[in-house]
Design a protein around this ligand. Structure first.
Ligand SMILES: Nc1ncnc2c1ncn2[C@@H]1O[C@H](COP(=O)(O)OP(=O)(O)OP(=O)(O)O)[C@@H](O)[C@H]1O
Length: 294
């Protein structure tokens, strides 16, 4: 028996359309399933716990990265796998697993049932499957998620543009800060940090490949730190950063590790899987093989 958690509001209503297609396919195939619908933020975790107690073989999130994140948290260190049918605006976790955006194909992958273990980032109280971002990107996530434009972009099938609009909005007001970043006990100080990305997967924000070498099965977290007093050297690298073609230089630093502490001179927003979760100081650790996925 499969348990589905559906966020009908994901992707500004795409969740509902995607679920209708998936449900029709489940009925056609005679696949047994239970379904629960989220009604508000944080519902997915509660519903996932309930489905686990009812003995499902897998919990499938139908939604975007926020819904997937809340569902995954309940399944950490359990052998019940997480499945995903992408229905959000970014869908970066699904992309990192190469899950198809085609509902039938995504569902076939779940029914084929080939579980594998992946790493997860732990922030203590919460987890992250893709990228935890500290600084500029968290401010963008906040602006994009709060923007009335997200609804319009999603309705037009241009979900990624809500992040682009957020970038333009935040660029006018954001100030970089000094950060002390301690990776596996080695302390480094960076001045004028725009963004520190701690990644378990290469992509976020609708396929921006911030840490192109990140893998969710290697037991390591990857860092990319964008720093420098002037905006322009970083701004002109945005196209190469989006494609994951950026290389280390005086404004871009890459590291790899297992345990990172980030402290900023003044509190800086932190986002995980596209939702703002906390402020600095923050500690991020890799949990190797903590989640089973389909
Ligand atoms: N019924 C609901 N009404 C309002 N918000 C909800 C509801 N169900 C879930 N949520 C919240 O909506 C937020 C966004 O959901 P989700 O991330 O799945 O979609 P998205 O933002 O469109 O996609 P993506 O994160 O991939 O861009 C989540 O934080 C979730 O907690």
């Amino acid at each position: 028996m499969y348990g589905f958690i559906v966020n009908t509001t994901a992707g500004s209503g795409k969740g509902n359309k995607v679920w209708k297609k998936a449900e029709a396919a489940l009925k056609k195939n005679g696949t047994p399933y239970l379904v629960s619908f989220t009604e508000k933020p944080q519902d997915a975790g509660r519903l996932a716990k309930d489905l686990v107690q009812r003995g499902v073989n897998a919990v499938v999130a139908v939604g975007g990265d926020g819904t997937v994140n809340e569902t995954a948290e309940v399944l950490l260190h359990k052998c019940i796998p997480l499945g995903v049918i992408p229905a959000g605006s970014g869908n970066d976790f699904a992309r990192s697993l190469a899950v198809s955006n085609n509902v039938d194909q995504a569902l076939s992958r779940i029914i084929e049932y080939q579980p594998k273990k992946i790493d997860v980032l732990s922030l203590g109280d919460s987890c992250c499957l893709t990228v935890t971002g500290i600084g500029f990107d968290a401010a963008v996530a906040k602006a994009a998620n709060e923007s009335y434009l997200k609804k319009w972009f999603n309705a037009a099938g241009l979900g990624r543009l809500s992040y682009a609009a957020g970038v333009l909005h935040v660029l006018t007001s954001f100030s970089p800060t000094h950060m002390t970043i301690t990776i596996d006990g080695h302390k480094r100080v960076f001045t004028d940090v725009w963004l520190t990305a701690v990644a378990n997967a290469p992509n976020y924000g609708g396929n921006i490949r911030i840490c192109p070498d990140a893998e969710n099965t290697d037991g390591y977290l990857n860092l990319c730190i964008l720093h420098g007093r002037k905006k322009w050297p970083l701004l002109r690298r945005i196209p190469s950063i989006c494609q994951g073609k950026h290389r280390p230089n005086k404004n871009i630093s890459f590291f790899k590790g297992k345990d990172v502490h980030i402290h900023a001179d003044s509190p800086v927003l932190v986002q995980s899987d596209g939702e703002v979760v906390t402020e600095t100081p923050v500690r991020v650790q890799i949990l190797p093989g903590a989640l089973t996925v389909l």
